[in-house]
Design a binder for this molecule. Sequence first.
Ligand SMILES: NC(=O)c1ccc[n+]([C@@H]2O[C@H](COP(=O)([O-])OP(=O)(O)OC[C@H]3O[C@@H](n4cnc5c(N)ncnc54)[C@H](OP(=O)(O)O)[C@@H]3O)[C@@H](O)[C@H]2O)c1
Length: 287
Amino acid sequence: MRVAVTGANGQLGCDICTAFSDSGHEVIPLNHDALDITDFNLARTKFEQTKPQVLVNTAALHNVEACETMPLKAFEVNGVGARNLALLANELDFVLFHISTDYVFDGKKKTPYIETDCPFPINVYGNSKLCGENFVRVTAKKHFVVRVSGLYGTNPCRAKSGTNFVQLMLRLAKERKEVRVVDDEILTPTFTEDIAQQIVVLSKVEKYGLYHVTAQGSCSWYTFAAKVFELTGAKVNLLVADPTEFASKVARPKYSVLENSNLKALNVDIMPHWEEGLRKYLKKIDV
Ligand SMILES: NC(=O)c1ccc[n+]([C@@H]2O[C@H](COP(=O)([O-])OP(=O)(O)OC[C@H]3O[C@@H](n4cnc5c(N)ncnc54)[C@H](OP(=O)(O)O)[C@@H]3O)[C@@H](O)[C@H]2O)c1
């Protein structure tokens, strides 16, 4: 298969390129400087030239604070950009994988969200990603909308100054005697390599639609940090931060755990528990 990847040098995009290439597929990596997804004509030219059979769109404006201050830009990239790719998927006949987010939910539920739960985003980022999902779902005949959560991987997250939560914790543990982390936001941190491998598996199944693709289980950022320190033997005093201490100006869901219901229904859920994902990641970065 010929697989194009947008945002190919991003945290998730890099792993998706590697996973498809390791599975014997031809990969066409498209970085932002080669293709801006908001430019419909450029996108059409690129895909006419490269003729992908599958396109994985990881490109997004996903810095939550930046989205809040630049709503037009957020909707241009996350909404209209996704629409451009959906229209081209039909015109040029390729399968579109579109990466979305747990932030389409408001976090008021107390049990894992399934794909049929009604989204209700509470910030600009979540609204713009839901807009992109909707464009893809109503436009592209052959689509997979893949919601992911709490990403960390071996490649730098470009929108977050090249770092991730695990790297940040490891750095703070070296610099300080005490680290404080919030315990009131529950999610499922997910290793990007696991998502990439799950997408390769999904690409073999012609069951188009909406999928939650996260690791199994859930935890707070505090519990996640505690596991990072336990597994690396970091000598640091971990404390629960007061919720006001790192208060964000932008509303975020307090609970955004996703259940991979549709993967499970197809019997293709290969996502490991978040602790296993973390162990694999720590081995790779050789702490
Ligand atoms: N990180 C998370 O925790 C998280 C959680 C849930 C969902 N997601 C979703 O996961 C996906 C991948 O995120 P990531 O962590 O891999 O982020 P990342 O490292 O910041 O990668 C995003 C990529 O998109 C590119 N990009 C941005 N605007 C573009 C445009 N207009 N046209 C083409 N490319 C553009 C970026 O290139 P430049 O840097 O050169 O602009 C970068 O290569 C996104 O769709 C995001 O919404 C992420």
